[in-house]
Design a protein around this ligand. Structure first.
Ligand SMILES: Cc1cc2nc3c(=O)[nH]c(=O)nc-3n(C[C@H](O)[C@H](O)[C@H](O)COP(=O)(O)OP(=O)(O)OC[C@H]3O[C@@H](n4cnc5c(N)ncnc54)[C@H](O)[C@@H]3O)c2cc1C
Length: 260
């Protein structure tokens, strides 16, 4: 393809998927623009576990060493990386002028083999392909499905609400004293899971007493000891609603990541 032949890609959402797609398009010199509704790129959650399939992708992109340097090894070819560090790494691959902030996309239109989007500030952008990488409540998906429904092309299952599964609390403690927690001196990071049995609805108060395998002196710490070391602003409550939709593309529009 010559540069003139390459399609222009409009990516809605600068989450993990939008940024990764931008990184890939940058490498193959395909024109693209990312539209993000927030005023800064914010990472979701505290850390992410990156395993073999995704590590291979970072290797192919030539940024594997950098990823590993900001992550902690939790197993063979398995790293845990803080969300902000992963976002920063991906953002570094994308020229700043290709990420437009404060662009909440409200409407999408396809005409004459072109995709058009309109943001809340009334600006309009045109391209050849539209990618909805705008998360679980994707506006691109909703607008696309509305159009498909009118035409009788939307499968019934895609017209149903997202099922609510569970509530998840995520948090990150303040930096811990390495002398108090000698476990932090290990070069190999441990990923610990504490399970509460017979507690159907586990929230902070119900789980404080659960014992972890982390020892300080001769005392095993409880989950509550970690809650107490976690500042309120580093705790998020996430309502987990999961579903895979049947329709992931139509015409010039494709859905990516949680948007699908
Ligand atoms: C608490 C938590 C922990 C998780 N832990 C892991 C893990 O350890 N490992 C793992 O693999 N996955 C994990 N996941 C899942 C993973 O985070 C998601 O699958 C991933 O973030 C999805 O990326 P995305 O780019 O599709 O969507 P998102 O990350 O949701 O990004 C969507 C972006 O689109 C923007 N946007 C939304 N609407 C619009 C609009 N109308 N116009 C413009 N921009 C818009 C949003 O502001 C956001 O920046 C976790 C999820 C949560 C909630």
């Amino acid at each position: 393809m010559t540069t003139a032949d390459k399609p222009t890609v409009l990516i809605v959402g600068a989450g993990l998927c939008g940024l990764m797609l931008g990184t890939l398009l940058e490498r193959i010199d395909v024109p693209y623009v990312i539209f993000e509704r927030t005023s800064t790129i914010k990472s979701l959650g505290s850390a992410i576990s990156v395993g073999c399939p995704v590590l291979a992708l970072f290797q192919q992109l030539g940024i594997y060493e950098e990823l590993v340097s900001v992550g902690f090894r939790t197993g063979y070819s398995q790293y845990i990386v803080s969300r902000p560090a992963l976002y920063d790494l991906l953002l570094k691959q994308i020229p700043a002028h290709k990420v437009l902030l404060k662009k909440r996309i409200l409407t999408i239109l396809e005409e004459d083999d072109r995709a058009t989007i309109q943001a809340a500030d009334n600006t309009v952008y045109e391209g050849d392909l539209l990618v909805g990488a705008d998360g679980a409540y994707s506006a691109v998906r909703q607008r696309l499905y509305e159009k498909l429904k009118v035409k009788g092309l939307l499968p019934k299952v895609d017209d149903e609400e997202l099922p609510f599964n569970c509530t998840c609390l995520v948090g990150q403690t303040e930096p811990l004293d390495i002398e108090e927690f000698p476990i932090l001196k290990n070069s190999f990071s441990q990923f610990l899971i504490v399970r509460g049995i017979d507690i159907p609805y586990m929230m902070c108060d119900e789980t404080r007493h659960l014992q972890t395998s982390v020892k300080v002196g001769d005392k095993y710490l409880t989950v509550g000891d970690f809650y107490d070391r976690t500042p309120q602003e580093l705790v998020s409550k996430v309502m987990l609603e999961e579903k895979v939709f049947e329709t992931w593309y139509h015409g010039r529009t494709v859905l990516l990541g949680d948007g699908w």
